[in-house]
Design a protein around this ligand. Structure first.
Ligand code: ADP
Ligand code: MG
Length: 243
């Protein structure tokens, strides 16, 4: 795909939990190398939509198309194979592995241990950490890391899995302002590499700062979309709460 091309389309996605309709015919398109913000009040359905995209939930109806081809995403593994990586609100690094282990071995531990030279693995991991401005050695236990550092490890892991689309679900909710700045710098670097970011937030100032485009959900439905030049506080509030 050439830069800016639509690479992913979710069409008419609905999701019911028992009698409750969390999503009602939601559509979402993602372009290559863009920072797409997904905005909505608590309970609007943002996380549910992204859990469907990443294979955690199955949609009740609707379809997902990658590079104009319909695809079935029935597991997290399948979505990862398609290059879609979700970084959770609740982080999920493996506490009993060190940083290098989390970056390279989380996926296929048995195979990786057999095939990969461990010295090279740690050297590669150290190199990646440096690239992302982290000075910790890759043999550090992840339980010793800050939330911000853990997020960066998740991003590095996503890149090592050849991610095309990285979904970040409310990534700044436990970060300091300084950590948020570092994360935004990393997000802009990912964009420059042609990676698409789906950035979930309900913080308007963050969206105004970082988003190329905004899709707004309200009560489980599309409530509107704003292009870069239309993104401002009033427009965002109008679409988010309908005033
Ligand atoms: P958001 O991420 O926008 O805050 P969610 O996608 O988490 O919203 O939730 C949308 C709605 O779906 C909420 O009303 C929530 O309570 C409901 N919901 C989400 N997950 C489940 C679930 N596993 N079972 C039942 N209801 C759920
Ligand atoms: Mg959520």
């Amino acid at each position: 795909a050439t830069p800016g091309n639509c690479i992913l389309e979710m069409k008419g996605i609905s999701k019911t939990f028992g009698a409750f309709k969390a999503l009602n015919k939601v559509s979402l398109a993602v372009n290559e190398g863009e920072i797409l913000a997904l905005l909505g009040e608590n309970g609007a359905g943002k996380s549910t939509l992204m859990k469907i995209l990443s294979g955690i939930y199955t949609a009740t109806e609707g379809s997902v198309h990658l590079d104009d081809k319909a695809c079935e995403i029935n597991s997290v593994k399948e979505s990862q194979r398609l290059g879609i990586i979700l970084i959770h609100q609740e982080l999920n690094l493996l506490d009993n592995l060190d940083v290098a282990g989390n970056i390279f071995l989380g996926r296929e531990p048995v195979k990786a241990f057999k095939l990969i030279d461990l010295h090279k693995l740690y050297a590669d991991a150290d190199e990646l950490l440096k690239l992302f401005g982290l000075t910790i050695p890759s043999a550090t236990s992840v339980s010793k890391l800050s939330i911000a550092e853990q997020q960066i490890i998740e991003i590095i892991k996503a890149l090592s899995q050849h991610a095309r689309i990285i979904i970040m679900d409310e990534p700044t909710s436990s970060l300091t302002l300084k950590e948020t700045d570092l994360l935004f710098e990393i997000i802009r670097n990912l964009k420059a590499k042609g990676i698409s970011i789906i950035y979930i937030s309900h913080r308007l100032n963050e969206i105004i700062e970082i988003a190329d485009r905004v899709v707004v959900l309200k009560d489980g439905q599309n409530s509107g979309e704003l292009q870069r030049r239309e993104i401002n506080h009033d427009n965002l509030v109008r679409l988010m709460i309908g005033r």
